[in-house]
Write a protein of this length. Structure first.
Length: 265
């Protein structure tokens, strides 16, 4: 899902290193939370069944004291699971719950470092406030109007929720692949010699990538117009027949598919 509500965020570390992140907007965070709620629902269901079985097995006068203890344990487990799920998973899974991991989200500190146990504890304690008056209303409003997609718990704890770069790259790649497939470009027989492949520079790749990223939104005529000089540049550099540039868009699209594994890590 391409989420337009996500925001770009630049963080400068104390070592003066610039880190680029994309914050997770309300859509991806809601979906991750729903996945976590489904997991919690299953866990609560199992605890409920456990408590019912205990009450049935130990009903009457047979070992009533043991039954009381087991039911008390079930209740304690219920409290621990529901209060500790988010804290424990984020603390031991590097700032991720299972839902966040599936969606490629991660909790970090404001300075870009990994979230500490204290910050994780604080942001999750404030879920009680974010949930008021009903189902995360205050939290959702806070995220929508926050410049960094923060709910109140994040503001107090000094944390941000970001989309992992690897996940974002894969999402963008799928989006581009889908756009290319819709164009029905003819298949060209392209061979790239290893020595020529090594001559491709970062500037060359950025030029090709900039054109490819326009495929989903730009009209075909304009795409072809922009593609022609870029295709001629690559054909000369890679020693390809300039005849490929009669359909420059098809040439560049196939060139992108052949080169991207060298540059998208």
């Amino acid at each position: 899902m391409n989420e337009s509500l996500d925001k770009e965020l630049t963080i400068v570390t104390p070592e003066q290193v610039q880190l680029q992140f994309q914050t997770a907007g309300i859509g991806s965070r809601t979906l991750a939370h729903l996945i976590d709620c489904l997991i919690l629902l299953v866990m609560n269901g199992l605890l409920f069944v456990f408590a019912i079985l205990i009450s049935r097995l130990y009903s009457g006068d047979w070992l009533p004291a043991l039954a009381d203890y087991l039911i008390a344990i079930a209740l304690i487990l219920w409290v621990v699971v529901n209060l500790g799920y988010f804290v424990c998973t984020e603390a031991f899974m590097g700032g991720q719950t299972p839902g966040k991991r599936i969606l490629g989200l991660r909790v970090l500190q404001n300075n870009g470092q990994s979230a500490t146990l204290l910050s994780i504890l604080i942001r999750n304690l404030f879920r009680l406030l974010d949930m008021m008056p009903t189902f995360y209303f205050i939290g959702a409003v806070s995220i929508i109007f926050s410049a960094k997609d923060k709910r109140i718990g994040d503001m107090v704890a000094g944390t941000i929720v970001v989309i992992e770069a690897r996940f974002e790259r894969m999402k963008r790649r799928k989006h581009i692949d889908k756009a290319i497939s819709k164009k029905n470009y003819p298949i060209l027989t392209l061979e790239i010699e290893e020595a020529k492949r090594q001559e491709i520079t970062a500037v060359d790749w950025q030029l090709l990538q900039a054109w490819v990223e326009r495929i989903p939104t730009m009209h075909d005529a304009k795409l072809q117009e922009l593609a022609l000089p870029i295709a001629q540049h690559f054909a000369k550099k890679l020693g390809h027949d300039l005849g490929f540039t009669l359909d420059p868009a098809a040439y560049l699209a196939q060139l992108y598919e052949k080169l991207r594994n060298d540059w998208e890590v």
